[in-house]
Ligand binder design. Structure first.
Ligand code: NAD
Length: 494
């Protein structure tokens, strides 16, 4: 029998400290991606519900019960939330695996620790985002202070539901903002449970609200709401653009966008003696979370002189170390794609490339069709031209391409020949070559000799069309959630 939703899992909206149905009773079905079976009916909020949530957030923000208390008090509450998350980590991991099709081991070993660490890090940082005074001579004092921004709308994707949530909530709550979250309709259950735990930890009513529902209904209502001060969005470029329009059409709310990518992974010729190690790292970059990752290493650029040996190693490691299976099995490394359209998209990109002369080195087919879920084999494609859609567009599935280059300048040219600029990875030993690429690749994060997005202490966001308006993570994230005010004091005695 397929795993069922644990009894008591919240499925209603969370507004002003209470779970409530959508005002018109509407619901949206959420399914288990590994079986295609119905999991739960979740409240589908409309504009009225979003308005209620924003009013609750505004009223609490203005009351000062969270926004004007000593940051240490916010820290205490958030550290209590950390304890509750730790106590409930296994249940949250199972819920995330069930709702998002992710392997239980990933949820347990990566998603939950990352989620908890984000809340802990921002709880500890709550009283460390300092203001400044400026050198203005003896007749005045110039002070620069940071104040919590106000009501934040957070609109989120399904690929790391909890972890993306806390990238936003950590700094927003630590800053003293009130928040209305629109979780992804494909995986909103853990966000609702998180809100319940936050209330138990002592986050006051109205500070954290969750309005599940459809993007073009609940998400749009939040984007257009005249009393939201900031939309912090993570998701696709297409929807990100809409939030800029919503802002222009409403109250010029601030907008921060974390969008898609097509991250180049550059392998220089001086890796010849460690190609197995490099291939293992780049398989992880490409296939981790089924490639449903904005920084997925979906564009591998390899020095032509080592191309054939590298591809052989990549195929080997892909076939040996990336088994696809039931997400709830402990041995599964790759679970199901999130929905059927993701499977169709992978198939279309790979088949289209093959029709245009590309070669599937491994993968390139649906797996476990009998399960009812949407499983696709991790796939390596070669003989790819730089102008093919498979080499240029975000696929958001376990598909990577390998493209040869001739020398470091050529690698840089191909790496930067994209509208995106979220992340890149450079493997090499020659310091000059590596630093040349690390400094000249246009991306918000460049990792060297090992795929990484950094950690919660390092800012994360994109150059060019991968991002807009600010950064997640690090102390830099506080800039999203605070206003900067100058207080100028004229002094009588110099
Ligand atoms: P998506 O853009 O389809 O959805 C994101 C959110 O926007 C969801 O909550 C959705 O309901 C909402 N939404 C959809 N249509 C809307 C509309 N018309 N108005 C308002 N809201 C709307 O993205 P997704 O499929 O959930 O996630 C995948 C995308 O997210 C990929 O492009 C990926 O690269 C990107 N992503 C980026 C980062 C990053 O930090 N840069 C991290 C994770 C994912």
């Amino acid at each position: 029998m397929p795993p069922q939703l644990p009894t008591g899992t919240p499925t209603e909206a969370f507004i002003d400290g209470r779970f409530v149905p959508a005002s018109d009773g509407a619901t949206v079905s959420t399914v288990n991606p590994a079986t295609g079976e119905h999991l739960a009916d979740v409240a589908a909020c409309g504009p009225q519900d979003v308005d209620r949530a924003v009013r609750a957030a505004r009223s609490t923000f203005e009351s000062g019960v969270w926004s004007r208390i000593h940051p240490n008090e916010r820290r205490t509450v958030l550290m209590r939330l950390v304890e509750l998350l730790e106590e409930n980590a296994e249940d949250l991991a199972r819920l995330e695996a069930l709702d998002a099709g992710k392997p239980i081991t990933d949820c347990r070993e990566f998603d939950l620790p990352a989620t908890i660490e984000a809340v802990r890090w921002y709880a500890e940082a709550a009283d460390k985002f300092f203001g400044k005074t400026t050198p203005v001579g003896g007749e005045a004092m110039g002070m620069i202070v940071h104040e919590p921004l106000g009501v934040v709308g957070a609109v989120l994707p399904w690929n790391f539901p909890l972890s993306m949530l806390t990238w936003k909530l950590g700094p927003a709550l630590a800053s003293g903002c009130s928040v209305v979250v629109k979780p992804p309709e494909l995986a909103s259950l853990t966000t609702l449970r998180f809100a319940e735990l936050a209330a138990e930890a002592g986050v006051p009513n109205g500070v954290l609200n969750v309005v599940p529902g459809l993007g073009h209904v609940a998400g749009q209502a939040l984007g257009l709401h005249p009393d939201v001060d900031l939309i912090t969005f993570t998701g696709s470029n297409e929807v990100g653009r809409r939030f800029l329009e919503y802002s222009a059409q409403s109250n010029l709310k601030k907008v921060v966008l974390e969008l898609g990518g097509k991250a180049p992974q550059v392998v220089l010729a001086d890796n010849r003696d460690r190609l197995a190690e490099v291939a293992a790292d780049l398989a992880g970059a490409a296939f981790g979370n089924n490639g449903q990752n904005c920084t997925a290493g979906s564009r591998i650029l390899v020095d032509r002189s080592i191309m054939d040996e590298f591809v052989a190693e990549l195929v080997k490691v892909t076939e040996e170390q990336w088994p696809v299976g039931d997400p709830m099995d402990e041995g599964t490394v790759l679970g199901s794609l999130i929905e059927e359209s993701a499977l169709t998209r992978c198939t279309a990109y790979v088949d289209g490339a093959v029709a245009d002369g590309a070669v599937v080195a491994t993968g390139g087919r649906r797996l476990r069709e009998d399960s009812g879920g949407w499983f696709y084999a991790p796939t390596v494609v070669t003989n790819v031209r730089e102008d093919m859609p498979i080499a240029r567009e975000e696929i958001f599935g376990p598909v990577t391409v390998v493209i040869p280059f001739d020398g470091v300048e050529d690698a840089l040219r191909i790496a930067n020949d994209t509208d995106f600029g979220l992340a890149a990875n450079v493997w090499g030993r020659d310091l000059d070559d590596v630093l040349f690429l690390a400094r000249r690749i246009k991306a918000g994060t460049v990792s060297v000799n090992g795929y990484s997005e950094g950690d919660i202490s390092t800012p994360f966001g994109g150059y060019r069309q991968s991002g807009f308006g600010g950064r997640d993570n690090g102390m830099e994230a506080f800039e999203q959630y605070t206003e900067t005010k100058t207080i100028w004091i004229s002094l009588q005695r110099g």
